[in-house]
Write a protein that binds this ligand. Structure first.
Ligand code: PLP
Length: 655
């Protein structure tokens, strides 16, 4: 990567910005860089004429006095993803003359926000697209929201008696609720409860697969998988149902080999394996109707179309074709009916629809400050040495031939680094004072900038000098918490695209990593996809310090939106929900504003009593007033200030 201060180049184009930030590679057709250098949203990818300028959305948010950071949800994107998945299955099924239907479900754990679930249910209604739940709270939500009686409700996860009763309530309401058995004892419980209540269940069996997904979640299959039945258990389960006269309730075979599958091979293998199990069960006399191939459809977060953990080496079309054709082939060979196909894609449905917009609130530079370098009396030899180095560097740049310079620059780098380390030791041993240390530090960073500048166009750059690009780069302090808004980037090194929202029509002038406002040194992002490779710094365009400057964290709609934690009590973000207008391609409206966490809310979660605290603090202030330490009028102001602060947004107020 280029060094800290890149001089502006007037030949810079939008194509260059596209190459650097890769917006169309990871954007799935929903994001692009507009001619004005702002990031644009294209809500329906096959209609490029409808484009929303993200800067216009931000301006609208500001005019509504909504504080940043903000989550922006594009409901059109969510709808498009649901339609796209269903239509792709319908087309492929037709093309393959496949005899089953597609009956997808959305697993709500990926993003349980009510507005998200409602939008998905609504967009999926014409396709009888259903919902999946993996816990009791999710099941309660799904029972209330998945009201299409043609759509499936799939229940995964470990279950107790209450869970099973709720599932059977769904059956009473005329829904296609499938209880997927994750461990054998659940089946015994299900049979017992179903008999007691005299309600016919729909039973699914989750198979422990031999086929392994690659990537971070490969532990989801194989013998040590947490969920699912072994082949012997599947046989026993089917037989147990038969003994109870319930063979006909067994309708679905399920597997899930992991999330974010980077490799298409794993999907093909698993489809083949599940088709074989399905066919054998059918031949044993069990009339299964559905094969549920689980989730795992990946997202190309880094835009590389590779088998890297943050990518996928296949398209949606390929995925769907491999499922349909793979299933058809085995079924035709075995002479069994084609089952209906269920998928549980979550990430692929929701990742694109939301992003986090954060403001840059400061820039931390390693050499941000310098002290007066005036020569003092009796300077320590370490400082003198550093001065001489700095001086010799100036002579270097004035004359000398290229080759000898190269050698000298590396020497200067090494010497300066050594002097700085020695100075730090000397300070600890009380050999030099604070002022001298400050001068040494200032000189050191000046030298490092010059060394870096010298190597800018060099063919060979020594490794230690390469690392200067990072150590001399800025840290952009951004108003957000990575633990709330991008937890996977902290927890599992997930790559999420980060792009400045404006200024992309000009060449970047600086590089930097991001740090958040938590008091945690892990609260940072220093892995970016730049020019199709992982880089530790993000190129930044010039921006005015007088105006807020915004960065977008993209593809946060899956998991990130809902898995965040309360580190430092920052809590949930303000959210705006955006819809586009059909009749005006550039226009949009904020359909809803969902307020993020206020301070009193996050304190209450931690068992504080904010209103009692306000009274206590008022008493303390009154006491100082009565002692004459605070004037009565000021006391009232301080009391109000404390109370108002309790109801404020948890993040930095930059207005
Ligand atoms: C998490 C999960 C999913 C969703 O996986 P994605 O990779 O987000 O599509 C689907 N099914 C089951 C059983 C899951 O646990």
């Amino acid at each position: 990567m280029a060094d800290g201060n890149i001089s502006a180049d007037s030949s810079w184009t939008i194509q260059d910005a596209e190459r650097v930030y890769g917006v169309s590679s990871w954007g799935g057709g929903y994001f692009q860089i507009g001619d004005n250098g702002n990031v644009h949203v294209v809500p329906t990818p096959n209609n490029n004429d409808v484009q929303i300028d993200m800067k216009a959305v931000i301006d609208e948010i500001r005019s509504e006095n909504i504080q940043f950071p903000v989550v922006i949800r594009f409901h059109d994107v969510l709808r498009s993803q649901v339609i796209n998945l269903n239509e792709t299955f319908i087309e492929t099924i037709k093309e393959a003359k496949y005899e089953g239907h597609y009956r997808g479900v959305y697993p709500i754990k990926v993003n349980q926000m009510r507005e998200v679930v409602e939008e998905i249910v609504d967009a999926g209604n014409p396709y009888a697209y259903g919902l999946e739940a993996g816990s009791k709270p999710e099941l309660l939500a799904v029972l209330a929201y998945n009201t299409n009686t043609e759509a499936l409700t799939i229940l995964n996860g470990y279950k107790d008696e209450e869970f099973i009763k709720l599932a059977l309530l769904g059956r009473k309401l005329g829904r296609k609720v499938v209880v997927v058995i994750e461990k054998f004892s659940e089946l015994q419980l299900l049979i017992k409860v179903a008999k007691e209540l005299n309600i016919e269940p729909i039973v699914g069996l989750r198979a422990k697969m031999q086929s392994k997904g690659q990537g971070r979640w490969q532990g989801s299959s194989g013998e040590r998988a947490k969920f699912g039945l072994s082949i012997s258990e599947i046989i026993n389960a089917a037989r147990l149902l038969q003994t109870h006269g319930m063979a006909d309730t067994l309708k679905l075979l399920h597997f899930h080999i992991g999330s974010q599958l980077p490799e298409i091979r794993a999907i093909k293998d698993a489809v083949n394996e599940s088709a074989r199990i399905y066919a054998e069960l059918v031949k044993m006399g069990f009339r299964l109707e559905y094969v549920d191939v689980g989730g795992g459809l990946g997202i190309d977060y880094d835009g590389s179309k590779s088998t890297a953990d943050s990518s996928r080496n296949y398209s949606l079309q390929e995925y769907v074709a491999d499922v349909i054709y793979g299933m058809r082939e085995v079924c035709d060979l075995e002479g069994v009916p084609h089952p209906h196909i269920v998928t549980e894609s979550g990430r692929a449905i929701t990742a694109h629809h939301s992003c986090v917009i954060t403001e840059v609130v400061g820039e931390i530079k390693p050499d941000g400050a310098s002290v007066d370098l005036a020569t003092g009396e009796n300077e320590h030899v370490l400082l003198k040495n550093m001065r001489e180095l700095s001086l010799s560097l100036q002579e270097q740049s004035a004359g000398a031939d290229e080759k000898s310079s190269l050698r000298n620059y590396q020497e200067i780098y090494n010497d300066a680094t050594q002097y700085k380390e020695q100075a730090s030791d000397a300070f600890g041993l009380r050999v030099i004072g604070l002022e001298e240390l400050g001068k040494i530090e200032t000189l050191y960073w000046q030298i490092m900038r010059q060394v870096q500048h010298f190597y800018r166009h060099a063919e060979f750059v020594p490794e230690e000098v390469q690392s200067l690009d990072f150590s001399l780069s800025s840290q952009y302090l951004c108003n957000f918490s990575i633990f709330q808004s991008a937890v996977d980037s902290w927890a599992i090194d997930q790559i999420l695209p980060v792009v400045p929202i404006t200024g992309l029509h000009t060449q970047p002038v600086n590089n930097g990593s991001l740090v958040d406002i938590t008091c945690d040194s892990d609260g940072k992002i220093d892995r970016f996809v730049i020019e199709h490779a992982i880089d530790s710094v993000l190129p930044m365009p010039a921006y005015s310090r007088d105006e807020p400057f915004y960065l977008g964290l993209f593809l946060t709609g899956a998991y990130q939106d809902v898995m965040g934690d309360m580190h430092n009590l920052f809590g949930r973000l303000n959210e705006v929900h955006i819809f586009s207008y059909d009749d005006d391609p550039q226009d949009f409206y904020i359909e809803e504003f969902v307020r993020g966490s206020n301070i009193d809310h996050v304190l209450s979660v931690m068992q504080y009593h904010p209103s009692a605290m306000a009274i206590d603090v008022k008493k303390l202030i009154d006491k100082e007033v009565s002692k004459g330490n605070i004037k009565p009028r000021e006391g009232v102001k301080w009391t109000d200030f404390y109370e108002n602060s309790l109801s404020a947004y948890t993040y930095l107020n930059t207005d």
